[in-house]
Design a protein around this ligand. Structure first.
Ligand code: FEO
Length: 395
């Protein structure tokens, strides 16, 4: 339990056991499920936690309010990492009133057969806790259609759900001002790009809607509570939801026997020769896709290389392109290279991706037949240099 300010408490938990979030995204540093108590004369609990942590969660709540009942459970988001304890909370607090919008309450009934006291709220609805007030704003598709945020105007506190959240358990502290936040920012990009990245338009609408609020702290459902870093996290969300990349490149390649890898090495030499320092290099078979998606969202430039496979594209690259298309990635500068042994297909597919609407093909695609040669290396270097120049002039 942590008191954030008088009347607002953190009662969330850390999960350091789960291997993959949504059984998809690796959690190298765990994840937190954040929940908060707002205590006026009446008490509201904002969201719950993963059901496996109910005992710890209830302990955290009781440490704050002892045997007092909870009047309201505000459900900002129904994904089970936050809604998982609704049924158990209601067993402990049978008179608790579930607060959500029409879609939320339908989902609560569908997931947890909840049919007790409830309060249906809509855009701009207010709820007095007698001493603290809660106001609700709907932000559909950030991350599900029912998603909303809750704002407490006296303290300038926004309970933002998944928005502004990140992977990474909380190591002792909760507030950004009491920790080194740097490790959380790459994990915010990875969280956003993989989980919410498809919904850039809806995130933009949410940012506009919340833009006029006096924000002194943002309390998301994952990761640190933002106070002194509010400007930075909002700027990150602005950039990512507009699909704007920073001045840099991610060089992502697949290689089965090392020939396409040698092409990638030459492309990287070209980047350096062109004066670019800010780039990452990933071999597809060694890097989890969530990090590739994150880097594709992070950087303005993408250099993609792969062999031909089964008369098509190397499967791991095919999967990556599908992941990026599915998330609507755009505004990228893209260079391509690839290889084949008897019939070239990889470069054709990569070039199709690089010339889709919203993308710009940079340099000459390099296609290699069979083994790596000095001549191929030179062309790859030229591709890297062209990308470096284009990226540096883009700013
Ligand atoms: Fe953290 Fe969309 O749930």
């Amino acid at each position: 339990m942590k008191q954030l300010i008088p009347s607002i408490y953190y009662v969330g938990v850390n999960d350091r056991n789960k291997e993959r979030f949504e059984c998809l995204w690796p959690l190298s540093s765990g994840v937190s499920y954040n929940s908060y108590l707002v205590v006026g004369k009446k008490i509201a609990l904002i969201d719950t936690v993963d059901v496996r942590f109910f005992a710890t969660f209830l302990d955290n709540i009781r440490e704050v309010i002892g045997t007092r009942p909870i009047d309201y459970l505000v459900i900002n988001h129904m994904e089970p990492d936050h809604s998982g304890c609704i049924g158990l909370i209601r067993q402990v607090y049978p008179d608790i009133c579930l607060v959500g919008n029409k879609k939320t309450l339908q989902m609560a009934e569908g997931f947890y057969c909840q049919s007790g006291p409830s309060l249906c709220v809509s855009e701009g609805s207010e709820l007095s806790l007698e001493g603290m007030d809660l106001r609700f704003y709907l932000i559909p598709m950030v991350h599900w259609p029912e998603t909303m945020v809750t704002y407490e105007p006296h303290s300038g506190t926004l309970f933002s759900g998944d928005a502004f959240g990140c992977f990474g358990a909380l190591n002792g502290g909760v507030l950004d001002s009491e920790m080194d936040v740097e490790p959380y920012f790459p994990e915010m990009i990875r969280y956003y790009s993989n989980i919410v990245g498809k919904y850039g338009t809806q995130v933009q609408m949410a940012l506009k809607k919340l833009g006029g609020l006096d924000l002194r702290r943002i309390c998301p459902t994952h990761g640190p509570v933002w106070s002194e870093s509010i400007g930075r996290v909002i700027a990150a969300y602005q950039r990512m939801s507009l699909y704007e990349g920073e001045q840099g490149v991610s060089l992502i390649f697949g290689s089965m026997y090392g020939n396409t890898l040698l092409m990638a090495e030459s492309v990287a030499e070209g980047l350096v020769k062109g004066g670019l320092k800010n780039f990452t290099m990933h071999k597809l078979s060694r890097t989890d896709p969530s990090y590739l998606i994150a880097d594709a969202f992070r950087f303005k430039g993408l250099l993609l290389g792969a062999p031909t496979y089964n008369n098509g594209l190397y499967p791991l690259m095919e999967q990556l392109l599908s992941d990026l298309r599915h998330r609507g990635l755009k505004n990228r500068l893209i260079g391509c290279f690839g290889s084949f042994t008897w019939a070239g297909q990889a470069v054709k597919h990569l070039t199709e991706f690089a010339t889709a609407p919203g993308m710009e093909l940079v340099g000459e695609p390099v296609e290699m037949k069979q083994g790596f040669t000095r001549e191929t290396g030179l062309k790859c270097q030229q591709l890297g240099e062209a990308m470096a120049r284009r990226i540096l002039e883009a700013e």
